[in-house]
Design a protein around this ligand. Structure first.
Ligand SMILES: C[S@@+](CC[C@H](N)C(=O)[O-])C[C@H]1O[C@@H](n2cnc3c(N)ncnc32)[C@H](O)[C@@H]1O
Length: 378
């Protein structure tokens, strides 16, 4: 079975952003180098076929071991199918080019199920090709924020493991036509799902200076957001990522060595247009009800806006604490839905081979046997 469907509201872009003069997170806490790491590792020539762009999976063995609930994977000898042969239902919420999914499949039994999600139509084509050869794989072209509904449509109400490798993939950056790159020219698009929603260019045409500045500050921690927003809004059109990057560069008064001045602004617009943080919040909240007792959650993030959310979510639901909110009474019985979470970073060997891994963190936890209460705070 291969499920490809579209939900008109699943990738709905934001129509507004909180007009907060300051983000909740201090400027020093954000790591804006993830996109820079990715872009600076780009090769000079791009393949002509979109399916040929490659992605080096980050924290590969660590994440697959985590989602299976084992300390490590068995060493695989050449040509040897020495997998763990584990049954159950697993979800890879961010298929990309399937690096994690393929290793996971090598450890799963013939009767296991792997459901893969991605917003990106090209990633979905690769996933469908895999599904045509491996009947354990089921494909959902949608946001992982639709987790519960998408699984329910397949008759699934609980799973053994959930993994997500957040953000954008190397193929998305390397293909200039997608608009994510400030080093390759293309239309100013930046949508992960090109089949729906508004592109950054369309949004820039109608957004006001102040809202744009707030987005640059909130999602990119760009200190010079107002000046950059003004310069962007003075542009005649938004047809070229290189032109946009050049305008940001000119407007930016404080260049940092080794970092393109448009790094934070591009990150901010990308996070905003794809509703990346909202989707992560929705996915995490749904993981509580979807994971079986003893099921595993494993999430890789590449910048602190995401990592902080995952950390706080797991802390809240492993310690049984709810957010400090004076207006809400503390419930007498605070459920602990997850075991004490663990965090793993990349090895030196991995970061020297793959610069993109430098800013990655994997956070993982096991679902406890505490019954889910519908009223739980996300
Ligand atoms: C870092 S890549 C994943 C790479 C993958 N683990 C691999 O080994 O090839 C992230 C992928 O997640 C997808 N993605 C990001 N946010 C998503 C969301 N909310 N729902 C579904 N897919 C999403 C992107 O389109 C991209 O293909």
């Amino acid at each position: 079975m291969s499920l490809s469907k579209s939900k008109s509201n699943a990738n709905a872009n934001h129509s507004s952003v909180a007009a907060a003069p300051k983000p909740a997170i201090s400027p020093s806490s954000i790591e804006n180098d993830a996109a820079q790491n990715l872009q600076s590792s780009m090769e000079d020539s791009a393949p002509s076929n979109k399916l040929d762009f490659v992605h080096d999976a980050v924290l590969l063995e660590e994440t697959v071991a985590a989602v299976l609930g084992v300390k490590s994977l068995p060493k695989q000898k050449d040509g040897d199918q020495n997998g763990l042969n584990i049954s159950g239902i697993y979800v890879d919420a961010t298929f990309g080019r399937g690096g994690h999914s393929r290793l996971l499949l090598s450890q799963l039994a013939d009767d296991a199920t792997l459901i893969v999600f991605d917003k990106d139509p090209t990633a979905i084509s690769v996933a469908q090709e895999l599904a045509s050869k491996d009947s354990r794989v089921h494909v959902v072209h949608d946001s992982f924020a639709t987790l519960t509904d998408s699984l329910a449509a397949m008759g699934i109400s609980e799973v053994d493991g959930l993994m997500a490798d957040l953000g954008i993939s190397s193929p998305q950056i390397d293909d200039g036509s997608r608009g994510f790159s400030f080093m390759r020219d293309g239309a100013v698009d930046m949508r992960m799902d090109t089949s729906r929603g508004q592109s950054v260019a369309e949004w820039l045409e109608q957004v006001d200076d102040e809202t744009l500045a707030n987005v640059l500050y909130e999602f990119g921690e760009e200190r010079h957001s107002r000046r950059i927003a003004r310069a962007i809004k003075q542009m005649d059109s938004y047809e070229s990522t290189l032109e946009l990057a050049e305008v940001i560069k000119e407007a930016h008064p404080n260049w940092q060595r080794g970092k393109h001045p448009a790094t934070q602004s591009f990150q901010a617009m990308r996070i905003f247009i794809n509703n990346e943080l909202g989707d992560v919040d929705d996915f995490l909240a749904q993981s509580i009800a979807i994971l079986k007792s003893g099921g595993q959650l494993a999430v890789i993030s590449f910048h602190s806006l995401e990592d902080r959310r995952i950390k706080q979510f797991l802390q809240r639901h492993s310690k049984g604490q709810y957010p400090e909110d004076e207006n809400l009474p503390m419930p007498p019985n605070r459920p602990r839905y997850f075991s004490k979470p663990k965090r793993v970073g990349p090895s030196k060997a991995e970061t020297s081979q793959n610069p993109r891994a430098r800013s990655a963190w994997l956070r993982m936890a096991t679902r406890t046997d505490t019954e889910y209460q519908q009223t739980a705070a996300p």
